[in-house]
Design a protein around this ligand. Structure first.
Ligand SMILES: Cc1cc2nc3c(=O)[nH]c(=O)nc-3n(C[C@H](O)[C@H](O)[C@H](O)COP(=O)(O)O)c2cc1C
Length: 175
């Protein structure tokens, strides 16, 4: 699928079928994350692929109100982690780069998934301490985001975006 078409059809999917993802398709999706850019090319990431239904149910319990049931739907979920120390420490001269490095990589995977006819949904509302304990993720790794991955069982509508005029300005700052 062409990139711009992929960008326009991707949606956050919250209902999935149980259909399995072929290994070569999963590998292409994961490789899209591997190819993502990162600050100083440090690639401070680890992507955990979780298929165990039991672990996935426990992960749902780590989400806000235990309500993000879609994390346990579809074939598997990906837990995207970032290394707080082996990343660029002074991004913009004020922050560590791991969260944006991992976010870019996860977004690459989500777009690749959309191009493969798969659905994803960024899950950001979770208790990091609980996820780390459940999955035995050591410090200084941090959990940046998670997504279910599988074949969609719904076709969500376009959720709307701000207009270009509101978000883009040229040459000088404009409100
Ligand atoms: C950083 C981030 C955190 C998000 N957290 C959640 C979440 O916890 N649960 C959820 O269902 N969707 C979550 N989303 C998905 C957004 O709600 C969704 O991207 C937005 O409503 C636009 O819809 P669309 O992705 O279908 O275009 C998150 C998205 C981002 C980028």
């Amino acid at each position: 699928m062409e990139l711009y078409e992929t960008l326009s059809i991707r949606r956050s999917v919250r209902k999935f079928s149980d259909r399995m993802i072929a290994p070569e398709i999963l590998e292409r999706v994961l490789d899209a994350g591997r190819l993502a850019p990162s600050a100083v090319n440090l690639q401070p990431w680890k992507f955990m692929v979780i298929r165990s239904p039991e672990t996935r149910r426990a992960l749902v319990e780590c989400t806000r109100g235990g309500k993000q049931a879609h994390l346990a739907m579809g074939d598997l979920c990906i837990v995207a982690c970032g290394h707080e120390e082996d990343c660029y420490q002074r991004q913009g001269n004020y922050m560590k780069s791991f969260a944006m490095d991992v976010a870019i990589a996860l977004d690459h995977m989500m777009l690749a998934a959309a191009a493969e006819g798969l659905g994803t949904c960024w899950i950001g509302a979770f208790n990091e301490e609980a996820v780390k304990e459940l999955l035995q993720i050591p410090n200084p790794w941090r959990v940046v985001g998670m997504t279910p991955l599988g074949y969609p069982a719904e076709s969500p509508p376009f959720r709307g975006r701000k207009g270009m005029q509101e978000i883009v300005c040229y040459e000088k700052w404009e409100e």
